[in-house]
Design a protein around this ligand. Structure first.
Ligand code: AMO
Length: 439
């Protein structure tokens, strides 16, 4: 089983083998999904990334050696098969392969720790423990094909708009989103942290003159709570644009979400069908609900929310019942938003910050930022932060910082909203949560 692959090169994925290839020779590679040995005939279901194909082995049509070799194959073994395409109305895709040669590339131990057919229900923890096996199921891999399409679509959209993709450090010296949710690490003889957000870096890039930047990268949050919406390592899609305000940032965000969902609807039809998702492309502009109105709505539904409080879980649920789909919450009190958020121009108590929600789930936060050095230092002090520990960041505000705005979208939460997942862990290959650090 350590033979070379010489003369064994894949010609097709299973879903590419169609009736039009009738009579042609093909070479496929994959895993044994199921074996049905009916004595004189064996049916092998070969699974690859994109589907399942039937290999039909009638004892009368293949050599006795090949028949015996195939008979010995076991579930989830890795094989390559060369053969002829034949029409077969009862087989998946209406075709089957009559094998000429088979190569066993590797065996699989049995029993499997997880059923790969999906016929036996498994709890999420069992599935995550053997995630590579879990990912062999089409309803699981479909999620990641969709997530990949979302990233592709976002990159394409932002490239078209002239955004520059950047990479910023994930080993950092200070907090950005309020000091309690950091993972401390040892950085030689100093203390450092895993980055919670590229916030300070993307803002410094505005002082560089890059004008329009985005980054897709991990963020680390030492959240103690174990919920269906929080991860300790998530993927953030961050964007920052110079010479713009929060209204501009909301506009580009809704256009981007609209485009990503449109692309998924157009290009992931099979995956959506596998997941049973009837995806509706949301209309833009998304509704804007002022924070004051949110407080009123929540209280009117019997859930207590005082002015100046963030949305509790119960408040989010109320909003999710009232607002179906994507909507912005605007006009947040300055007091509960991070130090870099611009206070309102008419009423400084109400900030230039917004959140994008999908029903009861927060997908994104963003704002126009403070670009005045003095105001920024004042806001830091008001939030109990020490400006001295932000010296290198603050420097960028002394030498020509343009007005700017931006946002951060949680890629997993966005994916959840697209596929209707209830648990964020479904949208991460190897989730990091309060209890899970392996695999
Ligand atoms: P915020 O902290 O709201 O804002 O994060 C932005 C978005 O990131 C996602 N997110 C998470 N997803 C899963 N698990 C988590 N623990 C988690 N934490 C955050 C959410 C959230 O809306 N610097 C600002 C953004 C900006 O203003 O540009 C920030 O980090 O979808």
């Amino acid at each position: 089983m350590t033979d070379s692959l010489e003369n064994w090169r894949r010609t097709h994925y299973s879903n590419e083998v169609k009736k039009e290839l009738k009579g042609e020779k093909v070479l496929l590679m994959g895993w044994i999904h199921e074996m049905r040995d009916l004595g004189g005939i064996i049916f092998v279901l070969l699974r690859d990334r994109d589907g399942i194909i039937q290999i039909t082995v009638p004892s009368k049509k293949v050599s006795p050696e090949l028949f015996e070799e195939i008979k010995k194959l076991k579930k989830e073994a890795v094989i390559a098969v060369k053969g002829d395409v034949q029409e077969s109305p009862k087989a998946p895709n209406g075709v089957e392969i009559i094998p000429e040669e088979i190569k066993l590339l590797n065996e699989s131990e049995l029993p499997l720790p997880l059923d790969t057919t999906g016929n036996t229900h498994a709890e999420i923890d069992t599935r995550l423990d053997s995630r590579f096996l879990d990912l062999r199921k089409f309803d699981v891999s479909a999620i990641f094909k969709i997530k990949s399409r979302i990233f592709h679509s976002i990159r394409k959209f932002l490239n078209e708009r002239g955004y520059i993709e950047i990479n910023t450090p994930k080993l950092v010296a200070s907090a950005t989103e309020g000091g309690t949710e950091l993972f401390p690490i040892t950085y030689f003889e100093r203390e450092a942290f895993l980055g919670q957000s590229p916030q300070l870096y993307k803002q410094m890039m505005m002082a560089s003159g890059f004008d329009k930047v985005f980054e897709i990268a991990p963020i680390f949050r030492a959240e103690e709570h174990d919920t269906l919406r929080h991860l300790n390592e998530a993927t953030s899609i961050d964007l920052e644009t110079a010479f713009t305000d929060h209204e501009d940032s909301m506009k580009i965000l809704e256009e981007l979400i609209h485009r990503a969902i449109q692309d998924v609807a157009d290009e992931c039809k099979e995956e959506l069908e596998t997941l049973g998702v009837d995806l509706k492309v949301p209309e833009i502009p998304f509704p804007r609900v002022d924070y004051d109105e949110v407080v009123e709505i929540v209280n009117s539904k019997g859930v207590l929310m005082r002015y100046g409080e963030d949305l509790s879980r119960a408040a989010e649920k109320v909003m999710g019942e009232v607002m179906d789909g994507y909507y912005f919450i605007t006009g947040w009190p300055t007091a509960i938003k991070p130090f870099y958020v611009m206070p309102g121009f008419e009423n400084p108590e109400k900030s230039c910050a917004f959140d994008l929600m999908y029903r009861d789930l927060e997908i994104s936060s963003g704002a126009m930022r403070i670009h005045s050095y003095d105001l920024l230092v004042q806001q830091m002090k008001e939030k109990g932060l020490n400006p001295a520990s932000f010296e290198r960041y603050l420097q960028a505000f002394k030498y020509g910082m343009p007005p700017h705005s931006g946002w951060g979208v949680g890629a997993e939460r966005l994916t959840m909203s697209v596929i209707g997942a209830k648990n964020i862990r479904e949208t991460v290959l190897f989730p990091r949560d309060r209890r899970r650090l392996t695999p």
